[in-house]
Design a protein around this ligand. Structure first.
Ligand code: M6R
Length: 366
């Protein structure tokens, strides 16, 4: 059942090229340059009248939502508020009939996310969920559903559910952009082309496995880890830290790279591995300068960049290079080294990778 892999988590990491392709398949109407989402439940006219979007989720799904905010605000120009479900419920959010609430949940059974959906619906807002389990409670109670086609995820640490949620959020942002008139048909088609090229790039990214296992050996005895990223890579820093915490039991923190000098820089010494997400994009120079601050204080940098010629060769202790893609889709590729690093450290430490202590796959209590 693990298909020859040592753990479900590893199997699920390797299933991602297929899972991504399945989540994209059949969702572009090429002639019209529109996105087709089969159980979406809301008309274009309803979408065009929206003035606010809420994204609500827990854990890894919340990290996907943080990236989704970038997608929707950029492509559809609708303001997005993002909340952790257990916070949203109790803050009396200003939901109206012009609000759309997007719930993200792999299992579709997370108690706080379900309660947040009921709260938003009770206030007259529209709802759509991004879900991996057909006919789950959240899928049944939302006005519409976008299913991720990741297939069953058994490992407690979410991997393929996360990257397919990012794809679903991107498709949703494209759909919103088309309905709101902020995106042309040509531009939508081009962006789907970029998506279609992604499974192959993800396969290439998985070839980093051996290099990452070596990095895991070198860093597995650290007591703490820091993960830094900016823009749409900041959520990936949070996700990298969560993956490491939950399966290896090493304390880890994700931070916006630009915030480091406002506190966490005090933690840096030669015993602290600092994972820096620094793909080539418009804020690359800013992140490089944050990284240099870490190097200057003796921190052990593990840099994750994109493309062959990033200019970081020889400048950092450890360099991981993922293939180049668009800035929007880069979080999907940089997630892979996050997953593999946490996985290998956990295996080396001998923890129960698929069933870490104190955790349940689906959190059905509040
Ligand atoms: O099923 P859900 O997506 O609603 O679950 C939310 C979180 O419990 C989940 O993402 C959790 O954080 C994972 N164990 C992370 O790997």
């Amino acid at each position: 059942e693990k298909g020859g892999y040592k753990h479900f988590m590893l199997k699920e990491i390797y299933e991602q090229p297929r899972a991504l392709a399945d989540t994209i398949a059949g969702r572009l109407q090429s002639e019209e340059g529109n996105i087709y989402l089969e159980d979406f439940g809301l008309s274009d006219a309803q979408l065009a009248g929206l003035d606010k979007i809420f994204i609500i989720a827990c854990g890894t799904s919340w990290h996907a939502g943080l990236v989704g905010k970038f997608y929707i605000e950029k492509l559809a120009r609708i303001p997005v508020e993002i909340d952790i479900a257990s916070e949203f419920r109790y803050r009396d959010p200003i939901v109206t009939d012009k609000s759309l609430t997007i719930l993200i949940s792999q299992s579709g059974e997370t108690a706080d996310t379900l309660a947040a959906l009921r709260e938003a619906k009770g206030k007259g807002g529209k709802s759509v969920c991004i879900c991996n389990v057909v006919d789950s409670s959240i899928a049944r109670e939302s006005d519409g559903v976008i299913y991720t086609h990741a297939g069953p995820e058994i490992g407690v640490a979410s991997t393929k559910a996360f990257t397919t949620q990012l794809v679903a959020l991107y498709l949703l942002a494209l759909k919103l952009g088309r309905s709101c008139g902020t995106l042309t048909a040509d531009s939508c088609r081009d962006k789907v082309e970029d998506l279609l090229a992604l499974p192959r790039k993800l396969e290439e990214t998985l070839e980093l496995d051996e290099q990452i296992e070596k990095i895991a050996r070198d860093s597995m005895n650290a007591r703490d880890f820091l993960y830094l990223g900016r823009g749409n890579q900041y959520p990936i820093a949070l996700e990298g830290a969560l993956k490491l915490k939950e399966i290896s039991y090493i304390h880890a923190e994700g931070y916006p790279a630009g915030e480091m000098k406002h506190g966490p820089i005090a933690l840096i010494d030669e015993n602290l591995p600092v994972v820096v997400l620094v793909p080539q994009n418009n804020i690359y120079d800013k992140v490089v300068s944050n990284m240099e601050e870490v190097c200057a204080r003796g921190g052990k940098v593990i840099a994750i960049t994109s493309g062959e010629e990033s200019g970081l060769q020889g400048k950092v202790d450890t360099l991981i290079q993922v293939p180049q893609t668009t800035d929007d889709l880069m979080p999907i590729l940089t997630s892979i080294p996050m997953q593999l690093l946490a996985y290998h450290i956990a295996v080396l430490k001998g923890t129960d990778v698929d069933q870490p202590r104190n955790l349940a796959k689906s959190v059905t209590v509040e």
